[in-house]
Design a protein around this ligand. Structure first.
Ligand code: S3P
Length: 448
């Protein structure tokens, strides 16, 4: 008899995720097979919503991310004067108001979304008014000094709580251009500064230590701005006007990663993911998965508004494990939790290095992964900037926690598919921050 894979019991629905709001029970699978249509990319959806608001005309987006995080961005933009609605065909329409937004009469609630707070601050820095931004408990712990520094150099004044944490008060005004070399490799910081650069007089340059995802540059170009990129430096000249666009948002590769890792659990597994983002600054994940043993092919490559899209076919084979370090760590920062969660099942294990950024994500992801893996009976060596997880281990089902972090909830649902016995994940509702239908979709591909 087929056991129910999931028992997701939400007692209450809160706009911000409340830990212990929901529990998911995951039962082991024998194989993973099927086709999954992954919702639109979260990084691109945020940027489209923000740029559409400061463009002229109304923009329309098919397959806009269903993530709670992207709703936070849309809601903030509407408090700044840009109305949005869902059309009958499921597309999202955003009414642009041009570069001058309306002063908000309420605090802008960014929910759990660091992307909303950091990138939107870039736009708000160029507005002739003061805005207040707040977030949930997790976001309130995250570092904002990384955007406060460049925006202050450009002439904005930003107040934050102790230690440069939210809530923020952004006092916008006239901006001057800067040549900025961020210490941390962060696409959110890069987009924040480039968005602010739109409002500065002259050329703003962001020169990154390691090249990060370039959706900000690509989206700015799609909306009609000129952005030059040479090596790791991106440049924008202020005063450019944006024009509304129509776009289809590619499927989120970071959400696809959970299904690719599920396929990696069993030789003979097979998964097809149509319409997935193939942007080279994100697709390093596929190289790493192939090096670790997953058989991957990509078909139907196309370009939508400057972003590459393709259909991924993946087949499980011997899962070898490996090392993630340096530029790969930055490129795979959102996928490391799931790669680490399934690492005990690999032959040689996984070594994650240069990853201290993982400690300041929606949770401390190194501690969260190590805690959950140990509860499942695994051996893990935790370091300040990484972890080593030996291979050849057997895991048992356990009572785990999402730590209020969407990627931890989903990573351990995948690991639970190969554990012995049932796994309970408290706070599983966190998955909705990036992928509200994740547990239902995982159920459709789990063969028993
Ligand atoms: C994102 C960049 C990354 C990533 C986040 C989304 C983006 O964060 O972890 O989920 O859309 O630019 P950092 O810029 O902090 O590395």
């Amino acid at each position: 008899m087929r056991t129910p894979f999931l028992d997701l019991t939400s007692r209450l629905r809160y706009i911000n995720f409340m830990p212990d709001d929901s529990k998911a029970v995951v039962h082991p699978a024998r194989i993973v097979r099927g086709v999954v249509r992954i919702p639109g990319d979260k990084s691109i959806s945020h940027r489209y919503a923000m740029l559409a608001a400061i463009a002229e005309g109304s923009s329309k987006f098919q397959n806009f991310s269903a993530a709670r995080d992207c709703c936070s961005t849309l809601d903030c933009m509407s408090k700044l004067g840009s109305a949005w609605k869902r059309l009958e065909d499921g597309a999202i329409e955003v009414q642009g108001v041009g570069p001058r937004l309306k002063a908000p009469t309420e605090v802008l609630d960014c929910g759990n979304s660091g992307s909303t707070m950091r990138m939107l601050s870039g736009i708000l820095a160029g507005q002739p008014f003061t805005s207040e931004l707040c977030g949930d408990e997790s976001l309130s712990r995250r570092p904002m000094a990384r955007i406060m520094k460049p925006l202050s150099e450009m002439g904005a004044r930003i107040d934050a709580a102790e230690g440069g944490r939210p809530p923020l008060k952004v006092h916008g005004g006239p901006l001057k251009p800067i040549h900025y070399r961020p210490e941390v490799a962060s696409a959110q910081v890069k987009s924040c500064v480039l968005f602010a650069g739109l409002f500065a007089e002259g050329e703003t340059v962001v020169e990154e230590p390691i090249r990060t995802r370039d959706h900000g540059e690509i989206a700015l170009r799609a909306f009609g701005a000129e952005v030059e990129r040479k090596g790791n430096a991106s440049r924008i000249v202020g005063g450019q006007r944006l024009r509304a666009i129509e776009a289809h948002v590619p499927g989120d590769l970071s959400s696809a990663a959970f299904f690719l890792c599920a396929a990696a659990l069993y030789p003979g597994s097979q998964i097809t993911l149509p319409g997935i983002l193939m942007n080279p600054t994100r697709a390093r994940l596929l190289d790493i998965l192939m090096q670790m043993g997953l058989k991957v092919s990509v078909a139907h490559l196309e370009e939508h508004q400057g972003e590459l899209v393709g259909t991924i076919e993946a087949r499980g084979s011997a899962w070898k494990g490996g090392v993630i370090a340096g530029a790969d760590t930055a490129a795979l920062i959102d996928e490391i939790p799931v790669l680490a969660a399934i690492a005990p099942y690999s032959e040689s294990g996984l070594d994650v290095r240069d990853a201290k950024e993982l400690r300041v994500k929606e949770s401390d992801r190194i501690a969260a992964v190590a805690t959950n893996l140990r509860k499942m009976g695994a051996e893990v060596e935790e370091r300040p900037d990484g972890m080593r997880i030996p291979g050849g281990q057997h895991l048992h089902g356990a009572e785990l926690d999402s730590f209020g972090d969407h990627r931890i909830a989903m990573a351990f649902a995948v690991a639970a598919l190969r554990a012995e016995g049932e796994t309970t994940i408290s706070g599983a509702d966190a998955a909705g921050v990036s992928y509200p239908t994740f547990f239902e979709e995982l159920e459709t591909v789990a063969g028993r």
